[in-house]
Design a protein around this ligand. Structure first.
Ligand code: SAM
Length: 239
């Protein structure tokens, strides 16, 4: 496994396949439960701007963001991910929660979305863009399948602000997290890849420029939890 964010999609797929069974538990443990709060907060913000009918959750993994987005009461949520094992874990959760009528999880690549143009009112992606082999291609695909006037929303890890907090976070992220991740998931590289991919992700202003180049406008971003996570939103406005 090449420990860089541009590790090709096949490698990323097998990495997520290998940790799928432990993914949710490790998310809760390693973020001290904050991942639930981040997704919830993102959906709460979106609820102030739109009432989407059709939602696409790109890189949906085990479906937690889709499950949270069900609170927006859309007609349908489609989740898409390259890891079949992440999707299987997600499908089990949907059955248990009685959400299979509302949320469908499909296998597919974010860089080549299997949908016609302008299908969705909201296209969202939590902690996924960082993993794309070609981020610009992924962003352009998100724009393509979005209806005119639709909204994109992206949650991604970022480097936290503040010297002291930044140092403590770095210690945790680069030393403790990979050890715990390896112990529980049994995958030696997945939780080493996580901090490295985060620290190689573009800073907020650069990512906003990428979103703009991909076809989004009126882009705003907000930091969650001292900048550990950044929430981005933008619109697709065709002239
Ligand atoms: C860190 S997980 C995030 C999952 C979920 N969105 C969440 O909030 O928990 C990243 C996910 O991105 C998926 N992924 C990575 N590259 C992808 C691609 N090119 N197309 C579709 N999914 C991709 C992985 O399989 C994995 O499930």
């Amino acid at each position: 496994m090449k420990d860089t964010p541009d590790a090709n999609n096949k490698e990323v797929e097998s990495m997520f396949d290998s940790i799928a069974k432990h993914y949710d538990f490790l998310n809760r443990l390693l973020s001290f439960g904050a991942d639930i709060y981040w997704r919830r907060k993102a959906i709460r913000i979106i609820s102030e701007y739109l009432k989407p009918t059709y939602i696409l959750d790109v890189a949906c993994g085990t479906g937690d963001f889709s499950i949270e987005a069900a609170k927006l009461n859309p007609v349908k949520i489609t989740g898409i991910d390259i890891s079949e094992k992440m999707l299987d874990t997600g499908r089990d959760k949907l059955s248990k929660k009685g959400l299979t009528h509302k949320i469908e999880l499909l296998r597919g690549d974010s860089e080549n979305l299997p949908f016609d143009d302008k299908q969705f009112d909201l296209v969202m992606c939590a902690f996924g863009v960082r993993n794309f082999g070609d981020r610009m291609k992924g962003l352009k695909e998100m724009s393509r399948v979005l209806k005119n006037g639709g909204m994109v929303m992206i949650l991604e890890f970022t480097k936290p602000a503040g010297k002291i907090f930044g140092k403590i976070y770095e210690l945790y992220f680069f030393r403790i997290l990979p050890l715990v991740g390896k112990m529980i998931s049994g995958d030696p590289s997945a939780y080493k890849y996580l901090p490295e991919s985060v620290y190689n992700f573009p800073p907020e202003e650069d990512f906003v420029r990428m979103m703009n180049e991909a076809g989004f406008s009126d882009i705003h971003y907000t930091s969650f939890t001292r900048g550990i996570v950044t929430f981005y939103r933008g619109l697709k406005i065709e002239q």
